[in-house]
Write a protein that binds this ligand. Sequence first.
Ligand SMILES: Nc1ncnc2c1ncn2[C@@H]1O[C@H](COP(=O)(O)OP(=O)(O)OP(=O)(O)O)[C@@H](O)[C@H]1O
Ligand SMILES: [Mg+2]
Length: 431
Amino acid sequence: MARIGLRDITKVFPGGAVALDGVDLDIADGELMVLIGPSGCGKSTLLRIIAGLETPTSGEVHLDGMDAGHLSPKERQVAMVFQNFALYPHMRAGENIAFPLRISGMDPAAQGERIAESAGALGVRELLNRWPHQLSGGQRQRVAMGRALVRQPRLFLLDEPLSNLDSGLRAELRAEISGMVRSLGVTTVYVTHDQTEALTLADRIAVLSQGVLQDVGTAGRVYDKPATMFVAAFLGTPRITLLEAFVYVYLNSHIALRIGEQQLYLPWSDPRARELAHYHGEAIVVGVRAEAVAPIAEPRRGQSLRGSIRHLEHHGHESLAFIDIGATEIDVDPDGVRPRAAAAAARRHARASESLFNRFLDKITRTERGPEVAQAENGHAGRHHLRPAELTVRLPPRVRAASGENITIGVRLDMLHFFERRGGRIDVGWR
Ligand SMILES: Nc1ncnc2c1ncn2[C@@H]1O[C@H](COP(=O)(O)OP(=O)(O)OP(=O)(O)O)[C@@H](O)[C@H]1O
Ligand SMILES: [Mg+2]
């Protein structure tokens, strides 16, 4: 078992493709870390660098605190299950599992015991005499994992091990993998682009976009407090709605978030209000997940939005309504966000506007929209990729509602996410 430390890992492939850009990540002994991100973001490359199959262009891989740069995969004692796993077709399932032990020269009696143990944990004991072509995809995958685990590695690296399987089998094997690696206590890095897999399996999740680490934390933290807009949009179904909002400070009462022609009022008692006040007169991004909104009968001042149903989707256990609230949706920058740069920018912003804010506190008790605000709004228009927003609201299954119908939506202000336009989170004491 081992601790993994990744220090400022950058990988530039010949030809100039930047697969990884300054990745820092610590994985604890026995931890199950899930690495997630869209196709091409560098997940497999990072796994191969941990395994020692690829050398980073710069940066260091530490195992148990020691620089492992000079160690071969064998010396690192890693077992890896690849994206396109392959069994040796001329060996039976049992021989496939036994193979790593045989080449290590282990005593045959001890081998038998280990194989039985591995095969038992993976539920393939009765399949050991079959040839690979006589196994289903899921069974082959289990045998491949058995072959990886039989050597009792220090590190277990899995690269999308379930991507070739149907969804029922995925769910079943997911539960088994989780149980197995936890009972073995082996440090595991599990790569996937499937958020359900990530949220259900992980001790912690690391989210990558275009080679840049966006966020690392428990599934709960990363979902509830995503560090960047990219993470907020990547995790969660239905997808979060990202709305353009303008911030106005009313010192006596609240902070107004103007969304299209409507307003939400964030009371000063909300711990995030002071951070948001720095953005007076500026556009920010408000992230609204479906669980933060629900249809209500009567509008509530500053706590609800009106809209009309654009379309409905029936999902069996629920219906989703997509509501036009006359607001603008913000697209996540496809280049992703550099969390450190975004956080630094937010801090600079806070410092720069601190004095401004204090001056403003002295003079004004209530602000109206001034000319500088209108200018800021005009300045923002057209700079981003803008389109009409659709707020997603959960409704009971098979609800009868017509598109075009008006609807009032209550908003849980405490469940809103705030991001500055570059994508970094605006929150209390955030980094
Ligand atoms: N040997 C290589 N030579 C050049 N570029 C490469 C090489 N291997 C990977 N890349 C590039 O590096 C980037 C990251 O690739 P990687 O395979 O790590 O992505 P991934 O996150 O595993 O994607 P997927 O989910 O599709 O498997 C991609 O842009 C890819 O094209
Ligand atoms: Mg890959």
